[in-house]
Design a protein around this ligand. Structure first.
Ligand SMILES: Nc1ncnc2c1ncn2[C@@H]1O[C@H](COP(=O)(O)O)[C@@H](OP(=O)(O)O)[C@H]1O
Ligand SMILES: [Mg+2]
Ligand SMILES: [Mg+2]
Ligand SMILES: [Mg+2]
Length: 367
């Protein structure tokens, strides 16, 4: 009994112990993502059509995305003022007269979140020094705009997708709050909050709200939002590739679903793909709900954004998988705000990644 308790304790504390070189970063990132996930879920529950706007690139952004970025950036800046933040959103559109109502809602939700308990469940609450005092619209806009950094080949940078899968969020599907620390162009810490993902995919009655944490060299873990205990996760062992299952975006405009079908057929896979929004796909394969995640470009020249892949890449690597681009190249997160040195993404269990990549090459050559 005592031995079991000891093992449980080691499991719970392994990421905050002296062996984790990013112990403080890990704890702060968990606090930040938990609070942002809670506020995103609150917006999700109350969402109305006027809570979103269309950005210049025609993609949607909501009160939830802005509020989550404002909160995460506030906490990161307080604890790590010298690390840059590469965040997806900026406050430009919020400063227009037309978006005053939206901006007011962001201020409302962000101030509500400061006052709530979410993200404060650890031994040491990193939110305490931020305080509960209400902040102004200008202060929240400044916090959002702190996400304007560029990642580089050297140094430490945060990559933040405050809501990944915004289209899923608006469709009441999956979405994720994604935060990663990039060290010298490589993600070394990833925390992903999935408010709509159950802790056990097989069990519909299990609690929703799953947080995934991975640190380079320290393993991959999941926990529920309301229980601090981290449980190690792994890819599922694969007997035959023909029995593997793969996942892809719901949005046909985000990845090439017809080439994915060709790849599946080359591998002898007959199961239909699981379509899911956001980096919940990386999370799902990392805990064995699926085996392969394919994201091949629909349009030549599209540059994947670093915040769409940084936290998922650490998670997959630590759970026993490999992530490369469609040519087999390692993803280079030190090139600014996009993966401009790469094309597409192929993530799979390390035992089958090479075979999957060969099928990808063949399917692309046949096109
Ligand atoms: N043409 C395109 N090709 C690939 N990804 C795209 C894309 N247009 C938008 N995206 C990205 O796809 C992400 C969602 O991925 P998924 O389809 O896996 O849910 C979006 O993240 P946001 O929702 O954070 O904007 C966005 O960055
Ligand atoms: Mg977006
Ligand atoms: Mg995204
Ligand atoms: Mg986003």
């Amino acid at each position: 009994m005592l031995a079991r308790l000891g093992a449980l304790r080691r499991q719970m504390t392994s990421l905050t112990s002296a062996t984790n070189p990013y112990a403080k970063e890990t704890a702060v990132a968990i606090s930040a993502v938990l609070k942002a996930s809670l506020v995103a879920d609150r917006v999700f529950q109350k969402l109305v059509s006027t809570d979103s706007v269309t950005k210049d690139d025609k993609s949607p952004v909501t009160v939830g995305d802005y509020t989550a970025q404002a909160l995460v950036s506030t906490l990161l800046h307080h604890h790590f003022p010298s690390y840059g933040i590469v965040g997806e959103e900026d406050s430009k559109d919020l400063k227009t007269v037309q978006q005053k109502v939206l901006s007011d809602k962001i201020v409302h939700f962000a101030n509500w979140a400061l006052d709530s308990q979410a993200g404060t469940d650890q031994d040491h609450s990193y939110w305490s020094p931020i305080g509960k005092e209400q902040r102004t619209e200008t202060e929240w806009h400044e916090a959002i705009d702190r996400g304007n950094a560029e990642s580089a080949a050297t140094g430490r940078t945060w990559a933040l997708d405050p809501i990944d899968g915004t289209k899923g969020f608006l469709r009441k599907g999956q979405y994720a709050v994604c935060l990663a620390l990039i060290q010298d162009g490589e993600p070394v810490l990833g925390v992903t909050g999935c408010p709509n993902l159950p802790i056990d995919f097989e069990d519909n009655t299990s609690s929703k709200g799953t947080l995934f944490v991975a640190v380079k060299g320290q393993g991959a873990y999941q926990r529920s939002f309301d229980n601090e205990q981290l449980t190690p996760i792994h890819f599922a062992p694969i007997g035959s590739l023909a029995d593997a299952s793969f996942c892809e975006s719901v949005e046909a405009g985000h990845s090439d679903q017809s080439t994915n079908a060709r790849i599946a057929s080359l591998l002898g896979i007959t199961k239909q793909p699981t379509r899911m929004d956001s980096q919940a796909k990386y999370c799902s394969i990392s805990r064995g709900d699926g085996d392969i995640y394919l994201r091949l470009p629909v349009k030549a020249g599209y540059q994947e954004k670093i915040w769409d892949h940084a936290s998922g890449t650490v998670l997959v690597g630590e759970a026993g998988g490999i992530v490369t681009d469609m040519h087999g190249k390692k993803l280079d997160f030190g090139q600014g705000r996009t993966l401009k040195a790469n094309q597409g993404v192929v993530a799979a269990n390390k035992d089958v990644h090479a075979k999957v990549l060969r099928a990808v090459q063949q399917a692309l050559a046949d096109k």
